[in-house]
Design a protein around this ligand. Structure first.
Ligand code: 8OZ
Length: 382
């Protein structure tokens, strides 16, 4: 960090702030979490309202990755934001979160080549920047985990339609009551796959140089900002993560350019996954401070943060916001537990993460309920 950033108190993590037009009760963010529980029509499922409302004390909820179109789907039972029914389903979620004083945006994605013919109209090939198959798997109902399909390269004249799908889904997200949108520019999905020279071998204006590879992300971001206001729009990137078989020969130069392009747009925030998603934070050397110095705005960090790391990151101003994934799965009242330095629930088994019903979704207890249980119970736990 070289710019002058203010130092803050150790309590700053728990104090209100603002990210663009978004008002946050604290600097603790629920990261977007794929849970594969959407109902018929890819409408948010029956337990989604309760699940998100339980977590409304987060400064910001980023609702799970949600398709901008039917073509954008890459996994079983992930929700959409492109039909009237989906919008009506999301309205119930956003109303419940707002009723509890929360702030909620939705992460919008196009999974690109991380998809399977079974999700595509007429079992067509999924689309990507180039016809290069990702070395990764997806979950298909009835088949379990299977290799993703060989994609076809998007034709140049299809790209305006992709941008339009993102813009339309943003408008629908606002109609659904979301306070804003996060664009999924990470983890090897369509926007990230365009960025990287390992996955983008195009020879038109969307491939080749870093400037060309960054074009789609920047065009989508500008279109979405035009639709809903840049101050309600965030972008997530994962510079060195190999999630979704993502790889690039020069990530520092690439993401320096991306962030320089995003900075003047006046976004609500930039959300940066540091290191390997869900894994090592430092397996690959990367200068995140160099990115931060290129971004004039709210800086959100993610990946493996615990209470002390989050307090320190905010107090030193290395970050403005910290997002938590797994800890928010297991602790609906994560904000209160971190504030009180209370013990955290253990995460249930991986079989509850993706798909299923209420178990492992809405049945994690709050600490308050635990205390109530202790008051009425026979004896307190050791
Ligand atoms: C885990 C399983 C499926 C999708 C991501 C949306 O990596 C995801 C995802 C995570 O961003």
């Amino acid at each position: 960090m070289t710019r002058p950033y203010p130092t803050r108190s150790a309590r700053a993590l728990f104090e209100p702030t603002q990210a663009g037009a978004l008002k946050l009760a604290n600097r603790i963010v629920m990261a977007p979490l794929t849970r594969n529980r959407a109902g018929p029509g890819l409408v948010p499922g029956p337990f989604a309202v309760e699940y998100y409302a339980q977590r409304a004390s987060a400064g910001l909820i980023i609702a799970e990755a949600t398709q901008v179109s039917a073509q954008a789907q890459g996994y079983a039972d992930t929700p959409g934001c492109y039909t009237d029914d989906q919008v009506r389903g999301w309205q119930k979620v956003t109303s419940a979160v707002h009723a509890k004083g929360g702030t909620i945006v939705v992460q919008l994605w196009h999974t690109g080549r991380v998809s399977h013919t079974s999700f595509q109209k007429d079992a067509q090939a999924p689309v990507g920047p180039s016809a290069i198959r990702a070395n990764t798997k997806t979950f298909v109902a009835g088949q379990g985990f299977v290799d993703v399909s060989m994609p076809r390269a998007l034709q140049l004249d299809e790209i305006p339609g992709i941008i339009e799908d993102f813009r339309d889904a943003c408008a629908r997200a606002i109609e659904a009551g979301f306070d804003g949108v996060e664009l999924h520019g990470a983890h090897g999905y369509l926007l990230d796959a365009f960025l990287r020279d390992g996955t983008n071998h195009r020879i038109d204006g969307y491939g080749g140089s870093i400037g060309n590879r960054a074009r789609l992300l920047l065009e989508v971001t500008k279109a979405c900002a035009g639709a809903i206001g840049a101050d309600r729009l965030g972008v997530r990137i994962s510079p060195v993560s190999t999630a979704g078989d993502s790889h690039d020969s020069h990530p520092q130069a690439l993401f320096n350019h991306v962030v320089e392009g995003l900075s003047p747009l006046g976004l609500a925030y930039l959300h940066v996954v540091e290191g390997e998603t869900g894994g090592a934070r430092d397996s690959i050397a990367f200068d995140y401070d160099a990115l931060r110095d290129r971004f004039d705005g709210v800086w959100m960090v993610n990946n493996g943060y615990n209470r002390q790391m989050a307090i320190d990151a905010v107090a030193t101003s290395r970050a403005d916001l910290v997002s938590f994934g797994r800890l928010f799965i297991a602790n609906p009242d994560l904000v209160e537990r971190l504030r009180d330095n209370a013990p955290l629930n253990k995460l249930m088994g991986q079989e509850t993460f993706y798909g299923g019903g209420a178990h492992g979704y809405t049945d994690y207890p709050t600490a308050k309920r635990d205390r109530a249980a202790i008051r009425v119970g026979e004896k307190a736990p050791a």
